[in-house]
Write a protein that binds this ligand. Structure first.
Ligand code: HEC
Ligand code: HEC
Length: 333
């Protein structure tokens, strides 16, 4: 009798697990039917110039969409590296992504895609092939139409570079996470700003940049290492970054060193409160990268306008202070 019960339970378990595996294999890369934004690129030099500023400055596309770790370092230092994509973007237990070729090359870059497909990627986190991406990487969904247009118009104006980027690799766990976690679902109902806040030191511009352009909130909020969903208060810090051995070795740093984001709310011991005024804040940003292995895009941020930097300071200092303990900045596991 007991044997029969155990046997029955075993069969049941096999069916459940088998069913789950089949379900994941069938659904992990599903495509979404999300409508295309009705936007058009422009050849107006002023619009392209604004796009260039965003791509190499606050929106920092230029730090990720390069071909190698060496190019990442060069781009951060201000070199105009072609955005041909391909650099590895490790996601721990979930898998490995590769950044994509954003040059207008017709066979390997965004020359393959319609403007509508590129706009949909930015506004809904749905890739040109219809699958959803990890939205927290590129949180541009609420950027105003005019800024999306500026970015894509600039991308279209770049020199095409042929570079066939490697396919992403997902672990089984990663495939399951893509089905379950909210951070891997499309942004179905974005609420884009009706227009980009004017470039002036205002809280409104600071919030716009921080959330939907520069992604300060994406990194300075503690997130689960597997699903990337928030597990701490916004801007409280604590998100952990696994070592990027190739980068660490290249800059002569310990390849086992992890980093954590600091708290940037206006609480007494936060990283924000170290700055006594907006002048000190701007000075810090103008200096750029101090910690060579920091994942923060210090180079592009160091090239932001005074107004953008001042707006960020105004916004962050206006937040509710959080005494969240982000933990040690650098650590080993
Ligand atoms: C933090 C790094 C990072 C930043 C910043 C970033 N991207 Fe990406 N981007 C990626 C990665 C990684 C992928 C691949 C995602 C995937 O395959 O799910 C990607 C994919 C894309 C794709 C899809 C292309 C394709 O062939 O499927 C587009 C379009 C894109 N990014 C545009 C941009 C633009 C425009 C910006 C700046 C406004 C930007 N990205 C900023 C990392 C980044
Ligand atoms: C890709 C992740 C990432 C993004 C995006 C990011 N940060 Fe950071 N930030 C970090 C990490 C990690 C550190 C700690 C290492 C360091 O100081 O470079 C840090 C450090 C800081 C510090 C402390 C600097 C110091 O010298 O003490 C401030 C202030 C800060 N970030 C503000 C911002 C603001 C404002 C934004 C948006 C414009 C932003 N961060 C975007 C990851 C990020």
């Amino acid at each position: 009798m007991l044997k029969k019960i155990i046997f029955g339970i075993l069969i049941l378990l096999i069916v459940i697990i088998g069913g789950f595996v089949v379900f994941v294999q069938l659904n992990w890369n599903k495509t979404y039917d999300i409508p295309y934004p009705e936007l058009q690129v422009s050849t107006d030099p002023e619009i392209i110039e604004r796009g260039k500023y965003l791509v190499h400055g606050p929106a920092h596309c230029s730090n990720c969409h390069v071909g190698s770790v060496a190019e990442m370092i060069a781009a951060d230092a201000g070199e105009n590296v072609p955005l041909k994509g391909g650099v590895i973007f490790p996601l721990g237990p979930v898998g490995t992504l590769y950044t994509k070729n954003l040059t207008p090359d017709p066979t390997t870059g965004i020359g393959r895609y319609s403007d509508a497909e590129v706009f949909r990627m930015m506004r809904h986190a749905v890739k040109p092939d219809g699958t959803a991406t990890l939205s927290v990487l590129m949180p541009f969904w609420d950027m105003a139409d005019e800024d999306l247009v500026a970015v894509v118009s600039y991308l279209r104006s770049m020199e095409p570079v042929s570079n066939d980027v490697q396919q992403n690799e997902w672990t089984f766990m990663g495939k399951a996470v893509r089905i379950i976690a909210s951070s891997f679902q499309p942004i179905e109902n974005p609420k884009p700003y009706p227009s980009a806040p004017p470039m002036a030191a205002t809280i409104e511009l600071g919030e716009y940049l921080s959330r939907y352009v520069a992604n300060c909130v994406g990194c300075h909020t503690n997130r689960d290492q597997m699903t990337f969903e928030a597990i701490g208060p916004e801007y409280g810090g604590g998100m952990e970054f696994e070592p990027f051995p190739e980068l660490h070795l290249m800059v002569g740093e310990d390849p086992e060193l992890w980093l954590r984001t600091p708290n940037i709310t206006p609480s007494p011991n936060s990283s924000l409160s170290k700055f006594k005024n907006v002048e000190e804040w701007k000075e810090r940003f103008r200096k750029g990268r101090q910690i060579k292995i920091s994942p923060m895009h210090w180079g592009p941020f160091s090239r932001m306008t005074d107004e953008d930097l001042e707006a960020l300071y105004l916004y962050l200092t206006s937040l509710e202070p959080s005494d969240y303990d982000a933990g040690e900045l650098m650590f080993k596991k």
